[in-house]
Design a protein around this ligand. Structure first.
Ligand code: NZQ
Ligand code: ZN
Length: 389
């Protein structure tokens, strides 16, 4: 196990009606005027935005709104938000939505106090040290942004989707988690969220660091809980207990606990971010295609950990690691299929993939070679993309 420092300072307020506490929580962060960031229409339609603004009014907090943030959020909305926040003198951000909304709010929060171009942080030209406080009312368990220090934004110029990782600056001050808010999710978004949270655990599980049994077992337990609860939410979208378990798992999957004491991988996320930047696919659905392909490649190159996963959570009994790894992939794919996720690029709606372009963009964004668990050179990367056919 490696040395590590683990601090997850976000305050989680979990359960029914908790969005009514948003005003009080915002006031406790010291904010008096916030920018509410939200998505297309779901939070307006469900009445959530009205409940949130009523709670802010009650706490004497004024607000301006930035609405219409789309999935796979882009830098143009961040620039717009930074201008608006400065003009209106806001002192905090309140994200009401999912990862796309939260990541946009985080990027604005980091951009407002910075004199240069906010993209400097994503381009690796500057290190973010301060940001306005961010609060979250979560509507979809998936990206885990409510508990992470990350923000993923696509630069329209060149369509590069880049994840900025901060230790502290962008971790939300609080996250309101009410499972009832997720009852309205369309099934494909629920399933994509499940794939994404599982991927967040697997990115940490496939680590080159050895002897991290405690962190491995936490990860395996979470994966098993997710696979037990996911069919229940697919069958009954208003099953509160199942939604609650999925929601908490989504946060735990990405707030850092599954990475303690080890190097993390994040190759599959890099491969998927290229797909969602170029083809606009839903991130979690993309991961359902990418991760099994990457694991299939690993069966021939570094099968041990894939085999361990299968033996421990899917009951795989094959003796050899390669065979066990391939059986693990079959089981994972069968699970994804059972909740309606796509398994191939074709099923994702990508009919004629440009493998050379995908490979080039992956290495432009991540460097060459990339992959802490197993380093991918361009020839390997293209082979992994081809396994998604
Ligand atoms: O815009 P609205 O109308 O709200 O519709 C959204 C959107 O179409 C809908 N939705 C959300 N909550 C709903 C709902 N529909 C009905 N009822 C509700 N309660 O769901 C759709 C997807 O929303 P989005 O915010 O895009 O989902 P998600 O949370 O999956 O976020 C995906 C983004 O997060 C990034 C992804 O790359 C992607 O850009 N990620 C962020 C991470 C982070 N910051 O730590 C880590 C992740 O690995 C990920 O990369
Ligand atoms: Zn993800």
């Amino acid at each position: 196990m490696d040395n590590f420092s683990y601090c997850t300072p976000t305050r989680y307020i979990f359960g029914r009606d908790t969005e009514k506490e948003t005003g009080r929580l915002t006031a406790e962060t010291g904010c008096r005027r916030v920018m509410i960031v939200s998505g297309g229409s779901s939070a307006r339609k469900s009445g959530l935005l009205d409940r949130v603004t009523a709670s802010l009014d009650e706490a004497g907090i004024s607000y301006v709104e930035l609405t219409g943030i789309k999935p796979n959020p882009t830098d143009d909305r961040v620039y717009e938000g930074i201008d608006l926040a400065r003009r209106e003198g806001v002192d905090g951000l309140l994200a009401v939505g999912g990862g796309s909304v939260i990541d946009t709010a985080k990027a604005i929060a980091g951009g407002v106090p910075y004199d240069g171009d906010f993209w400097d942080f994503w381009a690796g030209k500057a290190i973010m040290k301060e940001a306005l406080p961010v609060g979250v009312v979560l509507t979809i368990p998936a990206a885990g942004s409510e508990g992470s220090g990350n923000s993923v934004i696509t630069k329209l110029d060149g369509m590069h989707k880049i994840s900025l990782r901060t230790d502290f600056a962008l971790r939300p001050k609080f996250a309101v988690l009410n499972p009832e808010l997720t009852f309205t999710l369309p099934p494909e978004q629920t399933a994509a969220g499940v794939a994404d949270m599982m991927a967040h655990i697997l990115e940490r599980y496939f680590s080159p660091t050895e002897e991290v049994e405690t962190t491995d077992r936490i990860s395996e337990g979470l994966l098993m809980a997710i696979m037990e609860e996911a069919p229940k939410v697919m069958a009954a979208p208003d099953d509160y207990q199942a939604r609650a378990n999925i929601m908490w798992a989504g946060t735990m999957a990405h707030n850092g606990v599954c990475g303690c004491g080890r190097r993390e991988d994040w190759t599959s996320h890099g491969l998927e971010h290229v797909l969602s930047a170029v083809y606009g696919v839903t991130h979690g659905a993309g991961l359902a295609v990418v991760f099994p392909a990457w694991m299939t490649f690993m069966a021939s190159h570094r099968p041990e950990k894939v085999a361990q996963l299968g033996r421990r959570i899917f009951g795989v009994t094959a003796a050899g690691d390669k065979e066990a790894a391939l059986k693990t992939v079959d089981s994972l794919r069968a699970f994804f299929k059972s909740i309606g996720l796509p398994l191939t690029l074709g099923e994702l709606g990508i009919g004629n993939p440009d493998f050379a372009m995908l490979t080039r963009k992956f290495h432009e964004d991540k460097g060459t070679p990339f992959g802490p668990y197993f380093p991918l050179h361009p020839v390997d990367t293209e082979a992994v993309y081809r396994l998604m056919l």
